[in-house]
Design a binder for this molecule. Sequence first.
Ligand code: PGA
Ligand code: MG
Length: 228
Amino acid sequence: MSQSTVEKGVSVASFDHIQAIFFDLDGTLVDSAADILRAVNFALYDIGVDPVTNVQVRLWVGRGAGRLIQCVREYRGIAPERHEELLASFMKHYQADVCVDSTVYAGVREFLTWCQQHKIHVACITNKPYQPALKLLKALNLLEYFSLVLGGDSLEHRKPHPAPLLHALSHYGLKPEHALMIGDSRNDVESARAASIRSIAVSYGYNHGEPIAASEPDLLLDSLAELL
Ligand SMILES: O=C(O)COP(=O)(O)O
Ligand SMILES: [Mg+2]
């Protein structure tokens, strides 16, 4: 870790104790909005409703597929009774083409390699459902870096609840001070805080259109390459 990282608020001493890093997926590792958008719009097309835009989808991603579809429904005035049908249709379309336009953000692969070289456990803790999360990581050749993947439907609770992070801590047999959460949205920062884990936020992600600094992560970065 560089000196500038220390000055921005995370001491080298504390990084020395980091044995596991928990990564968010959408908006942190992968820019996945275009593929999510296509699946949403196919699902809308199937029921004869007008499409939504990339800008809108980027506001709605990050709280799991159910919340995404709820936002789409509310925006397009689709009755709550059609929720399950629309969600299932979105999931079908998304699973079919999870990685056509999705790309890995700059610095991500390099930082994951650095973690591997330094024998740091790496987990992916996303609110995206587990199956498409796994498929996306695989398609982008990222899956090999992760010893644990938790999706939004893997446990009873998802971020911002601390449960997935606490589950990962116990998976590795670690205390909160030995781990770090890296994400793009307030859900990531809040779940880390609730689990007493320090957080790093990236500025380039989605975060519902709000500046992530307002969530007060321990450190804010423009690229994971800054950690190298
Ligand atoms: O809401 C989603 O599907 C994605 O969520 P993530 O940012 O936790 O990966
Ligand atoms: Mg995210």
